[in-house]
Design a protein around this ligand. Structure first.
Ligand code: UD1
Length: 351
């Protein structure tokens, strides 16, 4: 089969690495990079470290408003589909690249396969939630990372083509953790002696009060905070005139290996990322999530994660309490073999 895989943003590079490798054992893969992320540290370094093949098409769409960005991708992906005539289009996660890929393929009657289907935060103000719902509803093959995701789809009437595969981020993490420890740059901090923080969600970065409260909370934590800042967050801090406190080490976005190592060594992580919440769970690092909701409810149920929004007092209280023991661990994100299952299901797929 000819599988057209569409990626564009940092978390998608991590997810596609194990799947691409499995797919290429039996199928022809045509890899499309939309160019949603274009900074070296958000894109190229992931291809290098994770050994992802060079994209066959780089659409160079870049940044823009949601409509402009998604619209440009839609038109450009349509052209690639017309030229390549793939048997299946494979999309990942919940970004604008995901929606554009799914929509372009569905309109051209190419079966859509969605990795990370069925996740819901039930917050339609998040651009990612709109992308997820729409992508799932035009997908033919839905790869769910968790049983919760399968139930979410069933509640929306989607049962056909649904597969519980486990989470491909577990595959990526298991494969790379040892390498990460070997190859990562030493942050020069005592293990479990620092916090790790990431902030990039629009609801936090585009609201000066929210971003200000988060930075104030970081200044009140009892230890250094390693803060790899997404480019949009950096821009917004400068725009609002917010200067991080002396205990906050603002650094460039970390490559995958450095991020895994920094996470594994952190006392706790403070984040609004979805992927980092899961990685923290798998690495048994307490997580304080700077949002009011999450798609990864299992991390909360098992006691590894807590939702605090952008409330400075709640952030500080929960980060302080993060060392407390109130946790259990389960294999609810799968066994590290999700990519093999995904490739096998695509192989057996008959429209
Ligand atoms: C996107 C995804 C989000 C995902 C995140 C991972 C959507 C709606 N959001 O958010 O779900 O968690 O990627 O990082 O698709 N920018 C740069 N260089 C880059 C990329 C972006 O400077 O390489 C800046 C630009 O100012 C841009 C802004 O970041 O306008 C936002 O980038 P965008 O791709 O629109 O969304 P993300 O915030 O990265």
């Amino acid at each position: 089969m000819k599988v057209l895989s569409i990626v564009g943003a940092r978390p998608q590079f991590v997810k596609c690495a194990p799947v691409s490798r499995e797919l290429r054992k039996v199928h022809e893969e045509v890899l499309v990079h939309t160019g949603q992320h274009y900074d070296y540290g958000l894109s190229e370094v992931f291809f290098r470290d994770l050994g992802i093949p060079t994209p066959d098409y780089h659409l160079e769409i870049g940044s823009g408003s949601h409509g402009v960005q998604t619209g440009r991708m839609l038109a450009a992906i349509e052209e690639v589909i017309a030229k390549e005539g793939p048997d299946v289009a494979l999309v990942y996660g919940d970004t604008n690249s995901t929606l554009a890929g799914a929509l372009a393929a569905a309109k051209m009657h190419v079966p859509v396969a969605h990795v990370e289907a069925g996740l819901r935060s039930f917050d339609r103000r998040m651009p990612e939630e709109v992308n997820r719902v729409l992508t799932d509803h035009c997908s033919d093959i839905l790869f769910c990372p968790t049983a919760t995701a399968v139930a979410n789809l069933a509640a929306e009437g989607i049962t056909k083509g649904v597969h519980l595969t486990g989470d491909v981020m577990v595959d990526a993490l298991r494969e790379n953790l040892a390498l990460a420890k070997e190859r990562s740059t030493d942050p020069g901090l005592l293990p479990k002696g620092y916090y790790l923080a990431t902030v990039h969600r629009a609801s936090n970065t585009d609201d000066p009060a929210a971003l200000g409260a988060i930075m104030e909370a970081f200044s009140r934590l009892d230890g250094p905070v390693v803060f790899p800042a997404h480019p949009r967050t950096r821009k917004k801090l400068a725009e609002y005139g917010i200067v991080p406190a002396a205990n906050v080490r603002v650094v460039e976005p970390l490559p995958y290996f450095d991020m895994l190592a920094a996470l594994a060594g952190a006392r706790a992580v403070l984040t609004d990322s979805g992927g980092v919440q899961k990685e923290a769970y798998i690495l048994e690092v307490p997580c304080v999530t700077l949002r009011e909701n999450t798609e990864w409810v299992e991390t909360i149920e098992d006691g590894w994660n807590v939702l605090v929004g952008a409330d400075a007092d709640r952030i500080v209280t929960e980060a302080d309490a993060a060392g407390g023991a109130r946790r259990r661990h389960s294999a609810r994100f799968g066994d590290g073999h999700a990519a093999e299952r995904i490739a096998a299901i695509i192989t057996e797929y008959e429209p």
